[in-house]
Design a protein around this ligand. Structure first.
Ligand code: AMP
Length: 400
């Protein structure tokens, strides 16, 4: 039997700008910069610091359905990652969990596996996964599809920038896995096309980002609609008082797993590139991209317009480059990501928001063409490189 996953996203590419989801995003572009001492952008990678974790379990130790075990093997997951090793047993036991971890740690499977197991064994259960960006929601959906293959469970993806009609049709099939972004989920709640009363498994992914992006009210409203008797799981790269408050209000005696907050950047060589004026800046970037060591690079710039302009400029200079930002259609963003993943293009220029949660294992360099708004954003940006035990490089452009 096939995994009846039907996502609205596949039905139609969309009008990114007209989506309610997008409208609600506060402008995080420019303006609110906090000064960051450039010395914080210089640091050698210390591979020795990358934790040598010995997992306590094998996947076969977990009481997971045989189909899930088969799918894990097919995906090539041999041993649980540290977060999976610790979260999965607690979540299978029905506990609320908090994972303090970045993308790249295997957190998606850490919540997807216990959820799939529960949905297989309890046909009255239903799960909702809320993520801050469309890209992240799509990646989560892909993981659910792959891990849930052959289970017959029905899921749907509710994100902005895609055809509402397709999503409305999908919802009529009564999916028991709903993955989406806060704005679009709330839209469906308001239209009455989504009823969450039965949903007793809830995941909030990248909670810190969700709050940064101004989704606190939407998330609170969604949480008010789900089944009060539920299991909740929270994932966040950082925990500040706001995140802590949201989690405490919505959890019950949670089991917390914390991966060292800085571990994501410890295998990233960090340095600065000094420039004088815009022409010099672009020339320095050009030279950098010509270097052999730079085989796949994510370039961050500040605004949709500057990202678009830089992407075009690099393409005009003969680099295989593309750009992603909120002003592009969902289809364009998806295509650019796919080309970047498959190494069809070497350079992807992005805004912080569009690049959030990007999981491309072989990014060799992250270039901060503009200085991030806050150090926290910097850590998020550079966490896109240096994955899976590789050494990554982060270069931040600093004006003389
Ligand atoms: P995530 O943090 O969930 O975005 O996962 C990061 C990457 O690790 C994804 O490409 C996953 O496919 C991969 N991954 C997750 N768990 C495992 C595992 N146990 N073994 C190998 N790869 C994994």
């Amino acid at each position: 039997m096939s995994y009846k996953y039907n996502s609205g996203a596949k039905r139609g590419a969309g009008l990114a700008y007209s989506s309610a989801n997008h409208r609600r995003r506060p402008a995080r572009q420019g303006g609110h910069k906090k000064y960051i001492d450039p010395a914080k952008f210089i640091k050698a990678a210390s591979m020795a610091a990358v934790e040598d974790y010995t997992p306590q379990h094998r996947f076969t130790d977990f009481s997971l359905d045989a189909r899930l075990q088969t799918n894990l093997t097919a995906k090539g997951y041999e041993v649980p990652s540290p977060i999976q090793d610790q979260i999965i047993p607690a979540a299978l036991g029905g506990k609320d969990v908090i994972g303090i971890a970045n993308t790249g740690t295997g957190k998606t499977a850490a919540f997807a596996l216990p959820i799939l197991q529960r949905l297989i064994s309890d046909r009255n259960a239903a799960a909702i996964v809320i993520a801050p960006t469309r890209e992240l929601a799509q990646q989560i959906e892909e993981e659910f599809k792959a891990l849930g293959k052959g289970t017959g469970l029905v899921g749907t993806l509710l994100i902005g920038g895609t055809n509402m009609g397709g999503q409305l049709r999908d919802l009529k099939r009564r999916p028991t896995i709903v993955i989406g972004t806060p704005g679009r989920i709330k839209d469906h709640l308001q239209r009455g096309s989504l009823k969450l009363g039965q949903f007793n498994l809830v995941v909030l992914d990248e909670v810190d980002r969700m709050l940064d992006m101004g989704f606190v009210q939407d998330v609170t409203e969604i949480m008010g609609n789900v089944n009060p008797v539920r299991q909740s799981m929270f994932f966040s790269a950082t925990i500040d008082p706001k995140v802590q408050t949201l989690i405490s209000r919505n959890s019950n005696d949670p089991f917390t797993v914390s991966l060292k907050a800085s571990s994501a950047s410890e295998n990233v060589h960090q340095n600065i590139v000094k420039y004088r004026g815009n022409i010099d800046k672009l020339d320095k970037l050009h030279d950098l991209l010509l270097s052999d060591a730079v085989s796949k690079v994510l370039v961050f710039d500040e605004t949709q317009r500057s990202v678009e302009r830089l992407g075009n400029e690099l393409a005009a200079r003969g680099f295989s480059a593309d750009a992603i930002h909120g002003g592009k259609t969902q289809g364009q963003r998806k295509r650019a990501m796919a080309r970047f993943k498959s190494s069809d293009i070497k350079v992807l220029v992005a805004t912080d928001v569009a690049a959030r949660g990007i999981d491309v294992a072989d990014i060799t360099h992250v270039v901060n063409y503009s200085i991030p708004n806050a150090y926290d954003d910097y850590i998020h940006r550079i966490g896109r490189t240096g994955r899976a035990g590789r050494v990554g490089h982060a270069l931040t452009f600093v004006s003389h």
